[in-house]
Design a binder for this molecule. Structure first.
Ligand code: F6R
Length: 259
């Protein structure tokens, strides 16, 4: 039975512990590969951020070696900053293009993201929400913020949120400043898939590496289901799992075999 919000429960999210970040990336890439093999026309939900870099490197390698093809797949970004120029290197569309989509055999028209230069951003958010739901995401890759966010759903966001315009928390802007020349340059807002949109994905795979993720991982996987920890919403999903390195898993109480 699904847990009600606020109810304390054990980990419903399966997790696998790998020795290091590189091994988590390989495991996540294995999951994406498995989905593509069973359905070459799969819709894949992509996250941005440091966690995903190794995952995309592994998928690119597999594609370039000829063992995996994205030729019939489509991909959907989770979120995009508002206020960056179209060619800004940190616009998520550009990050994903550089690190993944232009390096594999995806069709150019198979990559979707919110258009944050649309004249009406609320209308654009609704359009993107409909697009993602209609696509039916087969596997959604997720990172987790230090504050427990998924995509840019910050603590306090309702679990049924649709894709919408959000303000980034101070903590998230501070964390993301490492990708920009200065902290002031980090955008104040973004369009993000809502938690409710993300939960529509058939399968969700959360990836976390490093000791700075150990607290949000414990709260998300073993803590109460609460909108104060957006990633705890994964406990409500029937097919959510996590791949963690030893450091990210270090505060979990449950023993699961290491891979
Ligand atoms: C990015 C995103 C964010 C990141 C999270 C972790 O599209 O949605 O939620 O996944 O902030 O970021 P890293 O991997 O840089 O620690």
């Amino acid at each position: 039975m699904p847990a009600a919000q606020g109810e304390r429960r054990g980990p419903a999210v399966r997790f696998h512990i790998a020795a290091d970040a590189a091994a988590t990336a390989e495991m996540a890439a294995d999951s994406v590969e498995g989905v593509i093999r069973s359905n070459p026309r799969a819709s894949i939900g992509l996250a941005t951020g440091a966690t995903m870099e190794g995952v995309y490197r592994s998928l690119v390698r597999r594609c370039q070696e000829g063992s995996l093809s994205f030729a019939e797949a489509t991909v959907y970004l989770l979120d995009e900053y508002i206020g960056l120029d179209a060619d800004h290197p940190q616009a998520y569309r550009n990050v994903i293009t550089r690190s993944f989509t232009e390096l594999v055999d995806l069709r150019d028209d198979a990559v979707f993201a919110p258009d944050c230069r649309a004249p009406d951003l609320d209308t654009e958010a609704r359009r993107y929400d409909r697009l993602v739901r209609a696509a039916g995401i087969d596997i959604q890759l997720l990172g987790i913020g230090r504050n427990g966010h998924i995509a840019f759903n910050e603590p306090g966001t309702p679990f049924d949120a649709k894709t919408n315009v959000v303000s980034l928390s101070k903590a998230t802007r501070r964390d993301n400043a490492r990708f920009f020349d200065s902290a002031e340059e980090v955008p104040l807002q973004a369009i993000t898939q809502g938690t409710g949109t993300i939960l529509q994905a058939k399968q969700i795979l959360l990836v976390a590496q490093g000791s700075h993720k150990s607290r949000p991982i414990r709260d998300a996987l073993e803590g109460p289901v609460t909108s104060e920890v957006p990633a705890s919403a994964l406990q409500l999903h029937g097919d959510a799992s996590a791949v963690l390195d030893l450091e990210a898993a270090s505060r979990l109480s449950t023993d699961q075999p290491q891979v």
